[in-house]
Design a protein around this ligand. Sequence first.
Ligand code: G1P
Length: 277
Amino acid sequence: MITKCLFPVAGYGTRFLPATKAMPKEMLPILNKPLVQYGVEEAAEAGLSNICFVTGRGKRAIEDHFDISFELEQQISGTGKEKQLEGIRNLIESCSFSYTRQIEMLGLGHAILTGRKIIGDEAFGVILADDLCLVEDEPGVMAQMVKLYQQFRCSIVAIEEVPKDQVHRYGVIDGEVLSGDLIRVTDMVEKPDPADAPSNLAIIGRYVLSPDIFDIIENTEPGRNGEVQITDALMQQARDGCVIAYKFKGQRMDCGSVEGFVDATNYCFERLAKEQS
Ligand code: G1P
């Protein structure tokens, strides 16, 4: 059983400055809900109700969001506005929240290793909240991946095809096709130059990791951009045939970029308008 989901949220969100100067990028709202809440809802839906944040300086708003706001709730108690807090209240009640701080930003691999004490020796999910994954009429992406973990018992990464000129933004994989949407990974490279990319299959911000990943990260040297990369640690597992890449069902929007953020906003607004009509 997987019950824990790690959210690395210590990053600065430089692509969204100045909006993220004094506010965590994970608190940017798509319509009226912050990105991080979509991520936690996706985790909870997958049965991962122990939410572990690897946080950093300037991210206190995330802790406050997953807590009672006593004055506010007192103020709106008994009014029609109470309804707007129903979703987040239910989420807070159905999950537990733990926080640990990443003191230095040394890469995604390092952020995940920082969560080791909270995760312990068990498999866990990882959600990068600025990749918003929306699915219609299917379980969410994390739920799809947890099911695959139960089948394969090894690390699972979510992938999608991206245009060749964008591979330099992602971890990129190659491997042996097991079925239409599953690949056993044999190669992975962090942010390759398009000319050196093994394919155009990019890892997006959803992982299920087996717990041996922690020892591997500890022994992983800094890679691309001088950072400890989860992609490099996963490549170690892939050498033993223990990483499955999954072309997930659903739509992913890169809300860490202004363009992706606007697309996500439009998409959600249209969906809302459809629901209400
Ligand atoms: C991280 C990972 C990268 C992955 C991406 C998905 O990069 O290092 O392998 O493709 O997330 O969003 P970042 O976007 O943090 O630079």
